[in-house]
Design a protein around this ligand. Sequence first.
Ligand SMILES: [Zn+2]
Ligand SMILES: [Zn+2]
Length: 440
Amino acid sequence: MKKIKFKLPKQLRKEIVKDLERDHDHAYERVGFILTRLCVTQTQELIIAYKFCPVADEDYVQDESVGARINSLAIRKIMQTALTEKCGVFHVHIHAHSGKPYESLSDAEGIPPMMESISRINSKEKHGYLILSKNSAFCNVYSSDYQCFIEPNIYEEIGYPMNFVLSDKFKSSLELERNKRQMFLGEDSLLLLKEITIGIVGYGGGGSHIGLQLAHIGFENIVIFDGDRFEESNINRLVGANYSDIKNCTRKVEIAERVIKDVLPTANVELVQKRWQEEPEKLQKCDIIIGCVDSFVERQQLEAEARRYLIPLIDIGMDIHKSNDNFSISGQLILSLPGDFCMSCCGFITDKKLEIEAMKYGDVGGNPQVVWSNGVLASSAVGLLMDILFGWSGLEDRQVYLSYDGTLGIMIKHTRLLATPKECKHYLLNLTGPPRFIKI
Ligand SMILES: [Zn+2]
Ligand SMILES: [Zn+2]
């Protein structure tokens, strides 16, 4: 059975909560519908929430026995939307407490039959319902194969920090061992380390530090993308490589696997010895991607794909500049979070830079790199990754664009962040999911 994953951008959650918390004349509570898109790959069914549809005030029926009852017109409207938008539909309402919510008796009687009948309208998509609490959620997805509702293996809210809900079935099937040294990451941290998938794109100076650290932390599912083989000039920065790799022209992904498995033999390390564009499904299943690529055009393509599948992308990179007789080192760490600013919004990727890069095509990627500053940037990226996943710092809605001065050894918030818009116009939430070609 394929793994079912449900993703909701926090931006959309905020919109939903704001709407559903409004008072109504006679209904005790409000309900609404979330529109979703399904992306199926060999291993997973990914459900992406992209839009909220409130129920109109006049479509609530007066009924004191339940919190909210909507009329048949509201249901017909949402069925029509499912048809015209070719989307999935999830009923949503709120339980105003903390912790994982569960359906009440009246929820269980009213919502599943309604969603089951809505699901018949468009069986190519997934339908179901969602209950949001203050800090968690309960999600149930209708499976036409099994003719019943099932909890997704993993429910994700995309934001800073992310929020994960693992299915209860999955939880009880794992023994709850404790990793005492990392207990500050929270009780579910061990389960998450086993369940989520991290992608590393580019296994060179930066990527190799990251692979090693992910293994030490205990990430069980890592996908490595790199098409190159190891050569002599890489020995100055690719950690975990050894001298015989030069003679053997070892594939970089194989060095990754060796290093990770030496630390964590149980890790499931998937190697993609190609450009990710040749096997996009492997990228699409990642929950977070760390991009360690050389060029702006690679960054732009990676970011576009990550946005489509609501995957947070952490980008790192460094450069060495010559000025007169001396050298300076600079770098950046950027978090491209779906729903927030992108690398074009913050001025890191510009048409001008892409143009200059295209002009010196073939020369790109040969930039000098050194092991120590790659280590600083990679370690900072892993720290950021851990905070997004586990929220250990308590920071919320943080925007990250850090500028690294490798000469002075400092990392500071980039000044461009002050002028960066909070909302991205380059990647719209309602354009998530695989590209769709509409006949005109
Ligand atoms: Zn309820
Ligand atoms: Zn943007």
